[in-house]
Design a protein around this ligand. Structure first.
Ligand code: ADP
Ligand code: MG
Length: 220
């Protein structure tokens, strides 16, 4: 699903990622970890095409993203869901509308959209918040909604950057459970976190970044 070959990224002539090579299989759930400044966010940004590598190749779902034309980037980008530490829900529309956004952009039928979004909100226990605005939800609930928004159009790949960064342990556990469920339904999931508790004893792959290089590639 994701293949990096000798990828390096520089900012101001200093490397942030250096000679990164790995393969993430379709259907996997993988954690990227390492201290602050190690390059986790930059690595994810390369995968979802917010940045381009200075050296090396990145292949996502069979597409060599260094060779994609500008026009085809948005097309591939649509099949990748992204979740951030600070949720990034639109504050002036309801939870329902936030989750429905991608389907509306794609021109879905209103009836189908209603059914899909309502079903998804039920699954995550937020149906009763559908008509509320984001600021009326707890941080954990907002992150649940942000994840729902990211997966509503069934992306092949879900990328999360410190998704539990601001959340308490109970909310974090719920968020991790949701990622595992999404993964079990077939979506490849990549989560960057510096919280070791999140991947300890999961039996899942953990890639450790240290100063922009892969320090360890192991099982949590
Ligand atoms: N746009 C940028 N311009 C300059 N330096 C950057 C930029 N983005 C990240 N960096 C630097 O790259 C390094 C890695 O950052 P980041 O990928 O955010 O690490 P992490 O997510 O592991 O904390 C840091 O030293 C950071 O200051
Ligand atoms: Mg980061």
């Amino acid at each position: 699903m994701i293949q990096l070959s000798n990828v390096s990224k520089y900012f101001d002539n200093e490397y942030v990622l250096k000679d990164i090579t790995f393969l993430i299989d379709k259907g996997a759930l993988v954690y990227i970890t390492g201290p602050s400044g190690a390059g986790k966010t930059t690595l994810l940004r390369l995968i979802y095409m917010a940045e381009r590598p200075d050296e090396g190749n990145i292949i996502v779902a069979g597409w060599d993203i260094g060779k994609l034309s500008r026009n085809s980037i948005p097309f591939l980008r649509r099949s990748i869901g992204v979740v951030f530490q600070d949720f990034r829900l639109l504050q002036n529309i309801t939870i329902f509308d936030n989750v429905a956004l991608a389907l509306r952009v794609q021109g879905g039928r209103p009836k189908d959209i209603k059914e899909t979004v309502s079903g998804l909100l039920s699954d995550i226990g937020l149906k009763y918040k559908a008509n509320d605005f984001p600021q009326h939800l707890s941080g954990g609930q907002q992150q649940m909604a942000a994840i729902a928004r990211a997966v509503v159009s069934k992306p092949m790949l879900l990328i999360a950057d410190e998704p539990t960064g601001n959340l308490d342990p109970d909310a974090s556990a719920n968020i991790m459970k949701l990622f595992r469920e999404i993964n079990l339904r077939g979506t490849t999931v990549v989560i960057a976190t510096h919280h070791r508790e999140l991947f300890r004893d999961t039996g899942k792959r953990v890639i450790y970044l240290e100063n922009g290089r892969i320090g360890k590639d192991t099982i949590g």
